[in-house]
Design a protein around this ligand. Structure first.
Ligand SMILES: Nc1nc2c(ncn2[C@@H]2O[C@H](COP(=O)(O)OP(=O)(O)OP(=O)(O)O)[C@@H](O)[C@H]2O)c(=O)[nH]1
Ligand SMILES: [Mg+2]
Length: 378
């Protein structure tokens, strides 16, 4: 009898656990309940814990036997961006890569000139590869209603929306949102650091951020976050909600909806990570969740009928399909892309030998979203 009762107890417990799991899972079917999934344990934001010393290489370059990550820089540029990208790359080399020796992948919608390649290769001893983007991954798809797209561009120009009239800009946003990580030159890599022309790197990066990402299971790293122009993404959030409602299983438990929304997911607060700087996991973009998400967005045509940016698209993808702890604020990387900059504060500024003015720091300016990131952990 005792054994029968014991067995019955085990069955009831298993049933209880299963039904609980099922209910938890089912709760995500409505956008308003996704908020309930970010009530994980509260602590300080993870970036407040300093990077452990073992990741630092202060005085000497890495040696052959040292551990490295499978990572690369990615620069999407035109031939005409040569001087701007040389300026960025020179800083990357001097402040970080002379020591760490990661390769570069340059991508363009047309072939790079010989002169471009020579100038770039001269800046580094590491491998540099130059790739051309497949035609269909760059150009406006044939199924886009051109009349509707033109009308929308004209309206944005009339309303003074930045890049509102540009088709190449839209191609770029769509490519960065859903195609760069599928490029053949990136197939062999797991992590990347995106670099744009004319950015500034203020501090020495004496540790390997790729290894930190890898060891701490991070998928997305940023330095600046801010609000998006509502007029460029009029229907993006409705589309996101519709995707989530049909694919609740893709939403991560303990996600970062708290960064994106102030009302548990009903509306988008326009916060996004500024994607001109990204250190992230290519496999995350290649995952089923993000791939299906991009496909769904692309089918709505919002990259052309509106002007959906890769920054909100990446940010929403990372915030929903990763855990909030997997999104990392690189507090110690001093960085500027006009017109905003992140300048490390206090000890971090000294440790990195930064040359930015600490009072010139976007972190908690009114247009920054860092406080929304922080609040998820406090
Ligand atoms: N090959 C290629 N690259 C492009 C094109 N348009 C933009 N890019 C690159 O895509 C990235 C983003 O473009 P940007 O023009 O910097 O866009 P943004 O950062 O939103 O705007 P800015 O404030 O002007 O920097 C940069 O690395 C550009 O070099 C293009 O038509 N062809
Ligand atoms: Mg830019």
């Amino acid at each position: 009898m005792r054994y029968i009762l014991l067995a019955l107890g085990v069955i009831i417990s298993i049933h209880y656990i299963l039904s609980f799991t099922h209910e938890e899972y089912g709760r995500a079917t409505s956008i308003s309940t996704i908020a309930g999934q970010f009530t994980g344990p509260k602590s300080n934001p993870p970036y407040k814990t300093p990077v452990p010393d073992e990741y630092y290489k202060v005085d000497e370059p890495i040696a052959l036997q040292d551990r490295k990550s499978n990572a690369t820089f990615v620069m999407l540029v035109r031939n005409s961006d040569l001087s701007g990208i040389m300026s960025s790359m020179k800083q990357i080399e001097d402040r970080f890569n002379k020591k760490f020796q990661y390769p570069y992948v340059f991508l363009n919608d047309e072939p790079f000139t010989e002169s471009f390649k020579e100038h770039i290769q001269a800046l580094t001893n590491t491998t540099v590869e130059f790739g051309v983007i497949p035609h269909d991954q760059w150009h406006q798809p044939s199924w886009i209603d051109e009349e509707r797209a033109t009308k929308s561009r004209d309206e944005m120009v009339r309303d003074g929306v930045i890049y509102g009239g540009s088709v190449p800009y839209r191609n770029m946003c769509r490519f960065n949102s859903g195609f760069f990580y599928r490029h053949e030159l990136l197939q062999k890599y797991r992590y990347y650091w995106r670099v744009e022309p004319d950015v500034k790197l203020f501090c020495d990066v004496d540790y390997d951020p790729f290894l930190v990402m890898q060891d701490q299971n991070k998928v997305y790293g940023f330095t600046i976050s801010l609000f998006e122009y509502q007029s460029t993404i009029q229907t993006l959030w409705t589309t996101v909600k519709s995707f989530i409602n049909s694919n609740p299983g893709f939403v991560s438990p303990d996600n970062a909806m708290g960064f994106l929304s102030d009302d548990g997911g009903e509306s988008y607060n326009l916060c996004h990570f500024w994607s001109n700087f990204e250190i992230a996991d290519l496999d995350f973009w290649r995952s089923e969740a993000y791939s299906k998400f991009f496909e769904f967005l692309d089918e709505q045509g919002g990259f052309y009928y509106e002007r959906w940016g890769d920054a909100p698209v990446h940010s929403i993808g990372a915030a929903l399909f990763a855990k909030k702890e997997q999104i990392h604020f690189f507090n110690d990387i001093g960085y500027r892309h006009e017109p905003f900059q992140h300048c490390p504060q206090g000890e971090l500024n000294t440790k990195g030998k930064c040359w930015c003015d600490p009072s010139q720091n976007f972190d908690y300016e009114w247009y920054s979203c860092l406080n929304k990131y922080d609040r998820m952990f406090s």
